[in-house]
Ligand binder design. Structure first.
Ligand SMILES: Nc1ncnc2c1ncn2[C@@H]1O[C@H](COP(=O)(O)OP(=O)(O)OP(=O)(O)O)[C@@H](O)[C@H]1O
Ligand SMILES: CC(=O)N[C@H]1[C@@H]2OC[C@@H](O2)[C@@H](O)[C@@H]1O[C@H](C)C(=O)O
Length: 374
């Protein structure tokens, strides 16, 4: 039996809206005890710096290049993560010595699987020094070095959660993460896993409402609920070769561009992009081994009622049910952070993080780099 550890996971996702922190007690295998979780939002100025960093990152040709502001930003991002850990520990009456390991995702600034290049800024050694806790970071690189897509990494955690769901939902089950980009993890009745990125999540909607109305996201889908789906605009996204390609590939935030002003009114644009998010999930689900019976939705997109309404309607047409993670007693906001805690524990034990069915890597493989405090 593997050792049970207490781990903290830290996720700064492609939406660049903040740091999710979650505590987990786990053996990195079947035992998963979920603890407290919390999000620490970035202020608008820091979010803008992260957005700008995606432009500077386009000049990266080697993983350790840090053009422009990127080196300074990496340091600041890391220090913000250290502050989040410190606040999280004190809010929960914990000390650094209570935590065995931190799983640190960092911030993806460039992801080009076709060029075998994936860059997450985040200094694991600095985070370990600042927190006084061992840190496992850079968990995507080894997968990509061995021929994988470098993403998604969350499926092994979804599979562990699914082992407790047999009594409460019909299999095959699919976990849908609607973050900046969306991704799916299929768990078959026999435990088989298949996973891949499924299309744009909230990024296009966020970019659209930011440019058109100066707001960071469409809360609850309120703007979208006032609009109508523009079929030609939706088709422009849903006819993208990504959906029909025989091979699944992981996505960069910039793989899909938002519409421009003349394409739609604020409301119709938001409505159409919400539909695109839902329809992309169903389209990509067509590449799964079997059509799912249950979709469990996590990530910020589950809070957009228009995305959820379209998803429910499209899934119902195929005999499947859609439910937010909370309906099965999971936490849709902290699941990725929990996964990074779980992955860190697996990394310490040399267990695989990725599999041929999740990232397309040739053989199940571990990953991550360990930094220990001085
Ligand atoms: N109340 C809400 N109503 C509608 N949308 C919301 C709400 N709260 C969050 N979101 C959307 O969810 C996004 C954040 O989702 P999440 O934190 O799951 O993404 P992420 O982890 O950054 O991305 P990824 O999973 O791609 O790495 C926000 O940018 C916003 O678009
Ligand atoms: C390169 C990168 O950061 N990819 C993210 C992104 O956000 C969602 C989707 O695209 C997924 O592939 C991945 O994150 C999740 C958490 C993962 O690796 O499982």
């Amino acid at each position: 039996m593997e050792k049970i550890r207490t781990a903290i996971g830290l996720m700064s996702g492609t939406s660049m809206d903040g740091i999710d922190v979650a505590l987990l007690r786990t053996d990195g295998a079947d035992m998963v005890g979920r603890g407290p979780a919390r999000g620490f939002a970035y202020d608008p100025a820091f979010r803008r710096r992260l957005q700008a960093a995606l432009e500077s990152a386009k000049a990266i040709t080697r993983r350790d290049d840090r053009p422009g502001d990127l080196a300074a930003l990496e340091r600041e991002l890391t220090l913000r993560h250290a502050e989040a850990v410190s606040a999280f520990l004190s809010e929960n009456g914990l000390a650094a010595g209570d935590i065995d390991v931190v799983g640190f995702h960092g911030q993806t600034v460039l992801h080009r699987p076709d060029q075998r290049l994936t860059v997450q800024i985040g200094d694991g050694a600095l985070l370990s020094r600042q927190t006084g806790i061992a840190v496992v970071y850079d968990m995507r690189a080894n997968d990509m070095a061995h021929g994988g897509q470098g993403a998604p990494l969350i499926p092994v955690y979804h599979a562990a959660l699914a082992r407790n769901l047999a009594a409460v939902c019909a299999f095959p089950v699919v976990f849908v993460n609607i973050g900046g980009i969306s991704n799916l993890t299929y768990v078959g009745p026999d435990g088989e896993i298949a996973a891949f990125d499924s299309g744009p999540g909230n990024t296009l909607i966020d970019q659209w409402v930011e440019v058109q109305a100066g707001i960071p996201f469409d809360q609850g889908g309120m703007i979208a609920s006032e609009g109508r789906v523009l079929a030609a605009l939706a088709a422009r996204y849903l006819d993208h070769p990504f959906f029909a390609a025989p091979e699944r590939r992981s996505l960069d935030r910039n793989d899909f561009s938002p519409p421009t002003g003349p394409d739609a009114s604020l409301e119709d644009g938001a409505r159409t992009l919400a539909h695109v998010t839902a329809a992309a999930i169903l389209k990509s689900a067509g590449h799964l081994p079997q059509m799912p019976k249950t979709y469990i939705v996590c990530g910020g997109g589950r809070l957009n009622r228009v995305i959820m309404g379209d998803l429910e309607e499209l899934a119902a047409a195929q005999g499947a049910q859609v439910m937010p993670a909370e309906a099965v007693d999971l936490n849709g906001d902290s699941m990725e952070a929990e996964a990074w805690a779980y992955l860190a524990v697996r990394s310490l034990d040399g267990l695989p993080l990725t599999f041929p069915g999740t990232t397309g890597v040739g053989t199940a493989i571990t990953g991550g780099v360990l930094a220990v405090p001085d």
